[in-house]
Ligand binder design. Sequence first.
Ligand code: ADP
Length: 411
Amino acid sequence: MDIVFSIILTAAVVSLLWWRLGQSYRVQASHAEADLKSMDERLENAQVEMEHHRDAVFDAMTDGILVCSLKGEILFWNSACRRMFQLPETLPDHLTLLEAIRLHEVQEVFQRTIEKGRMMGVHLKPRGAEALHLMLNAVLVHHSSGKPGSVLLNFHDLTQLKELENARRDFVANVSHELRTPLSMIKGFVETIMDHPKMEEETLMNFLGKVQKHSDRLALLVGDLLTISKLESSQATVNLHEVSLFEEVSRVMNDMERAARVKGVTLKIDIPDAIKVKADPGLLEQMIINLVDNAIKYGSTDGCVEVRGSFNGNGQICVSVKDDGPGIPPEALDRIFERFFRVDKARSRAQGGTGLGLSIVKHIAQTLGGRVWVESQLGKGTTFFFTLILSEESHSQPQLMLEETRSAAKV
Ligand code: ADP
């Protein structure tokens, strides 16, 4: 009986243990299932996040990226590519390369990339966007098995580079032209002098005077070219000092007095003598010389040139150089600060101009932290304006602060 009882007891204990074990396995299994599910979810989220990040990286690129299947169906494009070819926001299903880009050159590059593995440096000018200049590189992309999977097309925008290249080419052509004229004159006069060793002294002196005039012109041109190249390459050493604007302008006006007198021009200054600006004295002087020289050269005979300085209310001084000459035609105003731009080429050359004076003024104004602009009315005259930074010393003078506040209120 005892044995039977112990067998039954043992069986009951074993069943209980078995049931408990099963229960615990079931709980563990359900936990494992939940863990697996959450891992799946996390994996899926990570994948979505990765895809989102990949798209964001491609969209941040300035190059246009387009991926095509080997059949020519577009699988992916980035924002830059959409902008370059004015493509829709969402990629339609089964859209082919030729349907989207409609450039046979691109289709040809795609085909040849499948045959050769890569195509580099193909230049394109998309229709309808004539100003756009692109360079296309394409590579065949392989699966991990080594089988070709897709073609990646990379469109690099060369438009800005081309514009710079054109500007550089124009500049070199202009410089060569400007140098050639005085050089050929010098050569001509020197050859004539050498061919006629017994030339009359008066004629000889006349010819030598012309040689000197053209050499001066060459020296002026080379000087202006060096100045402009230094300013453009930011190599110009800028020494900012507290400068008295009145003193600086007076000095220039004194130097210009002879040229003004020859033309009967009256020079006037209207600048509060307490104004101090933060500027490089050499650069400031060059800017004032160029503007006053132009005002005398292109202004009226017996006219008046006035330089004024006034507060423009935001810690800056506005300087104006005004003449009462014939003015600048409205269509020329936008181009007046371009290198070698002249309203009247013959007149500028006759006056000894290099065509670089205003371009130098623009660069100096920017280097000194200001800007320059022009207002002109035909028959009434021209005024060039530029801004300068007021020195800290002027800022701290109560009287000047008051004047600045007053002029700010006027604006
Ligand atoms: P330039 O050496 O020919 O004077 P600038 O760059 O100084 O070169 O000036 C460019 C052109 O702008 C001049 O050729 C002239 O036609 C015009 N210009 C400049 N200043 C004046 C002015 N005050 N009045 C009329 N035209 C001007």
